[in-house]
Design a protein around this ligand. Structure first.
Ligand code: PBG
Length: 330
């Protein structure tokens, strides 16, 4: 079809807001948002996170209160991340599958006290290891894939035992989805969903999160380049997604968000699975910092960022701004 001026005037459909609204291609609603929650031990305890203004670490009782508020605002899901006391950390992350651990108690408590909210639990070892890596280390400091997967499977099962809705492995070991799915089936957790961090890049945008879960010092100068993906690549992510679907993932995730929307768009064209995006801590911190200086209009920039994520093909977004956005939508 030939589009010729003046028969076609593209501005015609932009003349006023009802027309613009009627022809909108994507929507952003309260059904699209997931709020991350950082957990700590104790009662009635909350801690500020320096690099993430207005986000706190919370004891389980406060997390329950907060989730009740979020639920009332229309939130659909929370993603739980634990900040583990140093005395419980070791080289292999064995605290991660303690049936009475912080995460396990939190899942049980939230499940039994708040109705109709999806609980997503992080499955990875970095909050639990003395070295801050997501895997068990070999003699030369290399990450041992299969040994790590064995621990991840135990961790995932311990979350399923507490009634978690969605297990979200964020570690990037090979074959972990297959092993976790097998263990879930074996233990009759047919309905427990797996949200695989399939395209998780070795990103510099995770800095504030590592501060929040207390792995930043432990990790020191080392990085995660041997398991998280190289940000120069996109074919790799298609492989990861395809394998994770075949291994039993229900939903796949792309992370970080904004610089990686080409990846989301490619996945959404090729595969028929729901896609979640993680707007990560560094993205949050950047917008916050600019907003605090009055360099950007926080509300408008946040809505635009999330809307663009929906346009790229995402079904839902994990964002530290979920609560604010729900309030803005009211
Ligand atoms: C680690 C994990 C990370 C995030 C979620 N799970 C950090 C990392 O891989 O080092 C980052 C989330 C964020 O930056 O908001 N298993």
């Amino acid at each position: 079809m030939k589009r010729k001026f003046p028969n076609t005037r593209l501005r015609r459909l932009r003349t006023n807001s009802p027309i613009r609204n009627l022809i909108r291609e994507s929507t952003l609603s309260q059904n699209d948002l997931i709020q991350p929650i950082f957990l700590i031990e104790g009662n009635n305890k909350s801690q500020k996170i320096k690099s993430m203004p207005e986000i706190t670490r919370m004891s389980i009782d406060l997390a329950v209160k907060e989730i009740r508020i979020l639920k009332k605002l229309g939130l659909q899901g929370v993603a739980l991340f634990p900040c583990i006391q140093n005395k419980f950390k070791d080289k292999t992350g064995s605290e991660s599958f303690n049936p009475n651990g912080l995460m396990q108690r939190a899942i049980e408590k939230i499940k039994s006290t708040v109705k109709d909210i999806a609980i997503i639990s992080d499955v990875a070892l970095d909050p639990y290891t003395t070295h801050g890596q997501d895997g068990i280390l070999g003699k030369n400091g290399e990450i041992l894939n299969d040994e790590t997967v064995e621990v991840l499977v135990k961790q995932a099962l311990s979350h399923a035992n507490c009634g978690v809705d969605i297990i979200a492995p964020s570690d990037m070991m090979d074959g972990r989805i297959k092993s976790i799915r097998k263990e879930l089936e074996k233990n009759k957790f047919a309905d427990t969903k797996i949200l695989s961090y399939s395209a998780k890049y070795s990103s510099n945008y995770y800095g504030p999160f590592r501060d929040a879960v207390g792995s930043v010092k432990n990790l020191g100068k080392s990085n995660k380049d041997t398991y998280q993906m190289d940000y120069a690549n996109s074919k790799d992510s298609m492989h990861e997604v395809e394998m994770d679907i075949n291994e039993g993932a229900d939903i796949v995730m792309v992370k970080p968000g904004m610089p990686y929307l080409d990846i989301v768009s490619k996945i959404s064209e090729k595969y028929h699975v729901p896609i979640f995006i993680y707007q990560v801590s560094g993205e949050y911190a950047m917008i916050k910092a600019a907003a605090k200086n009055n360099w950007l209009d926080e509300k408008k920039v946040v809505i635009e960022s999330l809307q663009c994520m929906k346009r790229s093909g995402a079904n839902a977004i994990i964002t530290y701004y979920a609560k604010d956005v729900l309030k803005w939508m009211k």
